[in-house]
Design a protein around this ligand. Structure first.
Ligand SMILES: [Zn+2]
Length: 224
């Protein structure tokens, strides 16, 4: 896999003895690839990721996986904070909801799938721990958002997808979100993050029977 080395100064050491057990996907949310690359390498910005993938599928390596990149910020998953300490972070070039959100091109998705497979083969990352930034920071973030094709990733063995499900009981959706991994301190935000990932057709933040059923299916998959 061809990597374009573009070292960023924005990293520190991972805590010793903590495995890398999460993969976090982002969009850049900026008007151009160049602007994003510049920001991710700017010491004053104090942000980075391990990799940046252009819409043309070019992969830039900014931080070595053994180092702690600064991509997730204040975040939590399955009751654990400091997602940066235990994750690899990938930024996908996309203007995002603020500057003209659009689909992620095939070349970009292909590069992401190849890179993700390589990352999953070198770290103990469970399928449910392949998440979006919004999944781990639902009140602050929307990325990579409802146009991101999580289904395609799961088909390729990257992350989890509830292929079959039947409607569940809406009243159970919120506690199940928490069981699956979401921080539900703001339940509406958590539901919307879940929808952007698993029910992108309707992201209204309302925990309905379909959301509950999807969560039941996911929880069943992780128990098996
Ligand atoms: Zn992000």
């Amino acid at each position: 896999m061809k990597l374009i080395e573009t070292p960023s100064p924005n990293f520190d050491e991972r805590p010793q003895g903590l495995p890398i057990d999460m993969l976090v996907l982002h969009y850049t949310g900026m008007t151009s690839m160049e602007a994003a690359l510049q920001r991710l390498c700017d010491p004053a910005a104090k942000v980075s990721a391990h990799y940046l993938i252009g819409e043309d599928g070019e992969i830039y390596r900014l931080v070595l996986e053994e180092k702690r990149a600064w991509h997730a910020g204040l975040s939590a998953w399955r009751g654990q904070g400091d997602v940066n300490a235990r994750s690899v972070g990938i930024e996908l070039v996309n203007p995002g909801h603020e500057f003209g959100y659009r689909s992620f091109p095939g070349a970009q998705m292909d590069a992401l799938i190849g890179l993700s497979k390589q990352i999953l083969s070198s770290h103990p990352i469970a399928p449910r721990n392949v998440v979006g930034h919004a999944d781990v920071a639902p009140t602050r973030k929307q990325d990579p958002g409802e146009l991101f094709d999580w289904r395609l990733l799961a088909k390729e063995g990257v992350g989890l997808w509830p292929w079959t499900f039947s409607p569940g009981q809406a009243v159970h959706a919120i506690p199940r979100l928490s069981h699956y991994g979401y921080d539900i301190s703001d339940p509406d935000a958590a539901v919307q993050a879940f929808q952007r990932h698993f029910r992108p057709e309707k992201c209204d933040g309302i925990a309905d029977a379909q959301c509950a059923g999807l969560l039941d299916a996911l929880l069943k998959l992780v128990q098996e």
